[in-house]
Design a protein around this ligand. Structure first.
Ligand code: BEZ
Length: 304
């Protein structure tokens, strides 16, 4: 006796008809009748009153039906629980560059967790360059970074170009230019760049941006990380170019002003292994765009 026999039998009892049960089960009636006959033969018991219309179970048939539906429901529970346990053991590990924590990364990860409660999600801070190696070695499944690093084993997808801003002290004359400043306006300022290593990184991007505009800033100082750079700006020591999302870092006397040059943008990339077509990556991708829609962020949706 197999679960299939119990399923067939339960359907015939519930529909009180072989014809209707066969329709419900999407099988032809003759094989259904044969399966029930085989069941009766195996049990050595008559399960239906002969000639009854609509079909009626015998006393033994009713007893069998009640236990059959319990068994079927247990089987469904076992199936669902096993699937859930299987999911708990699935892990998606994400590498990310630190600055993304001040932007949408927490919202995206939180939404992804809510939509996949049985998935284990791990976050590891690492540079964009390290993400490429970590993807290839299977230490992470997805990387979020700001650099355009190419590798044949890795697929890089541009999620969006994030505008840049400049952080200045409230007493600085630039703080009055609320509508924004051009790179040429700030080239002679004392500027903090971050992070200091590993290279290439966001500081490399800012240096390139100036040189693309034919500008040569001479008063640049590299510091270890964004908090240090913004702390020094709040102390009145200089200014610092940051991605727009860093505005969430609020310190007394710290003002953020848009950088108006068209190319003053920092790209945000998602990187995955070239052959990775897992459903989880696809739904993480959907999740990112859901957050962009909620936050009214401009983007050109990429296809993966
Ligand atoms: C974003 O700010 O656009 C972003 C941050 C982290 C992951 C994906 C997107």
């Amino acid at each position: 006796m197999e679960l299939r026999h119990l399923r067939y039998y339960a359907a015939v009892v519930e529909e009180q008809s072989f014809t209707k049960a066969a329709e419900k089960l999407f099988i032809a009636q003759p094989p259904l009748s044969r399966q029930i006959q085989n069941l009766e033969a195996e049990l050595g018991v008559q399960l239906f009153e002969r000639g009854s219309r609509p079909l009626k179970t015998t006393e033994a048939g009713y007893f069998f039906y009640q236990h059959a539906i319990k068994l079927l429901s247990n089987a469904e529970e076992i199936k669902a629980m096993t699937q859930r346990i299987g999911l708990v053991e699935k892990t998606v590990t994400m590498g990310f560059v630190g600055s993304l924590l001040y932007g949408l990364l927490p919202k995206i990860v939180y939404l992804f967790r809510q939509q996949h409660p049985y998935l284990k999600i791990e976050l590891i801070e690492m540079s964009t360059k390290d993400q490429i190696m970590a993807l290839k070695e299977g230490r992470i499944d997805v990387g979020f970074g700001r650099l355009r690093i190419s590798d044949p084993a890795v697929r890089r997808v541009l999620l969006r170009d994030e505008p840049l801003m400049v952080a200045v002290h409230a007493s600085h004359p630039l703080a009055q230019q609320k509508e924004g400043v051009y790179l040429a306006d700030i080239v002679d300022e004392n500027q903090f760049l971050y992070p200091s290593h590993p290279k290439p990184n966001f500081s490399t991007q800012v240096r390139h941006l100036f040189s693309e505009h034919g500008l040569d800033p001479r008063n640049l100082k590299e510091v270890r990380e964004i908090q240090l750079a913004l702390g020094l700006v709040a102390a009145g020591e200089g200014i610092c170019i940051v991605p727009e999302s860093a505005r969430t870092i609020q310190l007394p006397h710290l003002h953020y002003i848009p950088v108006l040059d068209d190319s003053a943008k920092s790209p945000i990339f998602l990187a995955i292994r070239s052959m990775d077509e897992s459903d989880h990556i696809r739904s993480l991708f959907d999740c990112i765009y859901q957050v962009y829609d909620l936050e009214a962020i401009n983007y050109d949706r990429a296809v993966i």
